[in-house]
Design a protein around this ligand. Sequence first.
Ligand code: NAD
Ligand code: UFG
Length: 338
Amino acid sequence: MDILVTGGAGYIGSHAVIELHKAGFNPVIVDNFSNSKEEALRRVNELCSKEFTFYRTDVRDAVALSEVFAKHQFAAAIHFAGLKAVGESCEQPLNYYQNNVAGTMVLLELMAQHAVHNFIFSSSATVYGDPDSVPINEAAATRTTNPYGASKLMVEDISRDLCLAPNNAFKVCLLRYFNPIGAHHSGRIGEDPNGIPNNLLPYVSQVAVGKLKRLQVFGDDYDTVDGTGVRDYIHVVDLAKGHVRALQYILEKPADCYTFNLGTGNGYSVLEVVKAFEQASGKTVPYDIALRRAGDIAACFADASLAKAELNWQAEYSIERMVSDAWRWQSKNPNGYE
Ligand code: NAD
Ligand code: UFG
C-alpha cells in the first residue's frame, strides 16, 4: 500500500518511514531538503535494506506534486513537510504561512482530485498555548502566540471544515506531538538541526560532545518541581509508531476528523533531563541559569489516554532510553549528516 510521506527526509519523517516499512506499508517520500539532507534517506534505505521511492519536490509546487500523484495510487498521505522554528516564524511569517498552510492546501486539493482521502497531519502541543491546567487533553482550549503555532491551528481548522462539508469523504487524523527527542537505536539517524539548536535536547547533546560550551537554562523560578520548565518528552520512535497506528485506525474508520495527543503523559524538568543525559553519556553538561525565554510556559504535558483507548498506542520508551539514544546519535555523528 503506497503511502505519501511529505517531509520524509526530516527528523520525525525519517523515523516514520522505517516504522511504516516495518508495518508492511510502502512509503513514498517527498521532500525539498530545505531542512534535511539526502544522507538521511541514504541511511534510511540502508537500515531497511530497501530503496524507497523519493521525489525531490516542494509541496507548494502543484504541478510537480501532481506528477507524483499521477505515478502512484496512494492510500494515504502523512504530512510532515513544514517549517518548525517558533522564533524564525516571528521573523518570517509569510514564509511560515506559505509552507505550512499554503503547502498543505496544495496537498489537500491534489488529494481531493485524486480521491486520496486519508490524511495524517503533524500538529503540535503548541496549539494549546499556555494551558489552563496540565495534563492537557484534546478538549482543552486552543490558542497560539506565534505564526508557527497559528499555522498549525489553521491547518487543523481547515481539516475540520473539510470534514464538515456535505458528502465529505476525508478521514483526517490531527496528531498533536509533545516534545520529540531521541534517535533511532542504531545511531544512524537522528535530529540534525541547522546552526545553533533552539531545542533543549540537541543543545544539551552538542554541549556534551564539545561543540557548544555551556547550556543556558531558561529560568529557574517557574512553579515546577525545581523551578525549571517541565515538558512531555517522547521518543521519536514511539512517535513514529503512533503514526502507523493512526494510519491503521483511519483506514478502518468512517470519514471524519480525529484528534490525538501523542505524548507520554509524564513531565520532566530541564534539570531532570540534564541529569538523565549526564548519566547516560558519562559527560558533564555545564550550565548557567539564565532569564526565562520569551514565550515559554512553565509546564506542558499530555493526557495521553485518548490515543491509548482509541489507537491502542502508548509510548514505551523511558527518559533514560530517550537520552541514551540521543547521545548515541550525537557521539557517532558529531556533525550530523555532514
Ligand atoms: P524537520 O524540519 O526535520 O522535517 C521537516 C521536513 O520537511 C524536512 O525534511 C524539510 O526539508 C521538509 N520540508 C519543509 N518544507 C517543505 C516543502 N515546502 N516541501 C517539501 N518538503 C518540505 O522537522 P520535524 O521535527 O521532523 O517535524 C516534522 C513535522 O512535525 C513538522 O510539520 C513540524 O512542524 C511538526 N512538529 C515537530 C515538532 C518537533 O519538536 N520536532 C513538534 C511538533 C510538531
Ligand atoms: N530550554 C532551556 N535551554 C535551551 C533550550 C530549551 O532551558 O537552550 C528549556 C525551555 O525553556 C523549555 C524546555 O527546555 O522549558 C524545552 O524547550 P524546547 O525549546 O526544547 O521545546 P519547547 O517546549 O519550547 O517547544 C517545542 C517545539 C515547539 C512545539 C513544542 C510542543 O520547539 O515547536 O515543543 O510540541 F510547539
